[in-house]
Ligand binder design. Structure first.
Ligand code: BES
Ligand code: MN
Ligand code: MN
Length: 457
């Protein structure tokens, strides 16, 4: 333990300088304009893995952005930890709402401000530095493989194929991921589940061309109006989703499980204050923690159509669009829910319009076991560094690839993340605490140590 702290202390500034270098690369996977930058970020990860002591480091091309692979096999008889993370980031828009530019990292009030600082470059970098630490201090207790991808934020469309093609070099015992949150810096926690995702785009077409809203208005369906009505009808007064069959497979938690979940420290007044809302809103009969942790949702991510430029234009538009995401919980299936949505959407469309539903990426929900050796190893490591036993929580976000690791590789994951829900990931002014960055570097080697020791027992 002292050895870990000493190494971090000696190299503190360098660790941060290197992370800053990575944060300066705008590796936005969603926007093809940044393709070269995404590639540059992959090269950077490769270089740093090599410098830290990894072997067989490779930037593996895919049909999309590359995957960086690296390994250190010290003894095939020893356990193998597969570290997964992503070096791509969300677009920085709206850029004008950032206090300082998104790709010019700075430290303010003990926090690193930059796109990707928390999600997930900062957390990936903790793993690379923890690995370096174990290598330099001769304390790497088992084998490790790194699989750092560049398409997580756009649905990991090519990772599945890559995994299938690389099964032989992905053998291991556990996947370790730092891409989630803890409750607070003095309340460590480990997410024991992630929601799945079904994402669709809808298009509603009224008349075959834009019309004069005076000449035709009142006589033909306005697709924006129809779209709003259709969307509004998809939740009832209890915020219950009305798509037939939507809840059929939802795993209801037992009373004790719900009580456990609701014991997670949470202050509703603080929550409302932080978000600047007078009240929360969600499915009747469930707490906020349950609404984000164990219940499925349907959210509009964007809606557009007609004239939105300056001034006014009297137009009855031909088309209206929306992007809609549904977060899923065990045992819902992404494909099934997408189909239920599409069937329902077509069914409720009035004859006066035509509708189209285009599925985007999806992913399955997961629950990770809390009684496994790996979970215990993570729990002990956090207890050792935070001085408090972490509580299991349920995260509202999605990492769709986790379910795939289980299906394709037969490997379970441990979600030992170090972010905070207040880190503004995906938003302007994303940040990551220096405390969290260094705490991660300190905790990861202990996970390795505990995992090997517990496996030996
Ligand atoms: N790291 C997040 C997921 C996350 C955040 C999980 C916080 C738990 C707590 C990840 O990068 C992410 O943003 N995932 C996307 C899904 C993807 C398919 C775009 C998401 O959840 O929207
Ligand atoms: Mn992430
Ligand atoms: Mn993300």
């Amino acid at each position: 333990m002292q050895q870990i702290l000493d190494y971090i202390k000696t190299n503190e500034q360098r660790f941060l300088d290197e992370l800053f270098e990575l944060l300066r690369i705008p590796s936005v996977s969603a926007d093809s304009k940044y393709k070269q930058d995404v590639a540059r970020a992959a090269e950077f990860i490769k270089t740093k893995l090599i410098e830290a002591g990894a072997d067989k480091v490779e930037v593996c091309p895919t049909a999309g952005h590359p995957i960086v692979y690296g390994e250190k096999i010290i003894d095939p008889k020893k356990p193998t930890v597969v570290v997964y993370g992503h070096y791509d980031v969300q677009p920085a828009d709206p850029v004008n709402l950032w206090t300082t530019p998104p790709f010019e990292p700075v430290v303010r009030n003990g926090k690193i401000y930059a796109r990707g600082s928390c999600d997930d470059k900062g957390q990936v970098y903790m793993h690379i530095k923890a690995f370096e630490l174990m290598m330099r201090t001769n304390s790497l207790p088992c084998n490790v493989r790194f699989m750092i991808e560049g398409e997580e934020e756009v649905g990991s469309a090519n990772l599945g194929d890559w995994i299938k093609a690389n099964k032989s070099r992905l053998t291991g015992d556990i996947i370790l991921i730092s891409d989630t949150s803890i409750v607070a810096n003095d309340i460590p926690s480990i997410e024991a589940g992630l929601r799945g995702l079904s994402y669709v785009e809808v298009e509603v077409t009224g008349p075959n061309r834009d019309l004069h809203s005076g000449v035709y208005g009142g006589a033909v369906a306005n697709p924006i109006q129809v779209l709003c009505e259709m969307i509004a009808s998809m939740k009832d007064e209890n915020q219950h989703i009305t798509i037939p069959g939507f809840y059929d497979k939802v795993l209801e938690l037992s009373k004790t499980e719900r009580e456990d979940l609701n014991r997670t420290p949470f202050d509703l007044d603080e929550y409302k204050k932080d978000l600047g809302v007078e009240d929360v809103r969600g499915e009747k009969g469930y707490t906020t923690l349950e609404r984000t942790g164990i219940r499925p949702t349907l959210e509009l991510n964007g809606i557009w159509g007609g004239y939105t430029g300056e001034g006014s234009k009297t137009v009855l538009p031909s088309k209206a669009f929306a992007k809609i995401s549904m977060r899923l919980v065990p045992n819902q299936s992404s494909d099934e829910i997408t189909k239920l949505f599409a069937d329902h959407f077509k069914k409720i469309a009035p004859k006066s319009v035509k509708v189209e539903v285009r599925p985007h990426h999806g992913g399955e929900p997961v629950v990770t076991p809390t009684d496994s050796v790996a979970f215990k190893a993570a729990s002990m490591a956090m207890e050792q560094t935070f001085g408090k036993k972490p509580i299991p929580t349920r995260g509202g976000g999605s990492i769709p690839i986790v379910a795939l690791f289980e299906k394709e590789l037969g490997l379970k994951s441990v979600l030992m993340g170090f972010g905070l829900d207040s880190d503004l990931i995906h938003s302007p002014n994303e940040n990551y605490g220096l405390f969290n960055f260094y705490k991660g570097i300190e905790t990861i080697p202990l996970f390795f140590k505990n995992f090997v020791e517990l496996n030996g027992k």
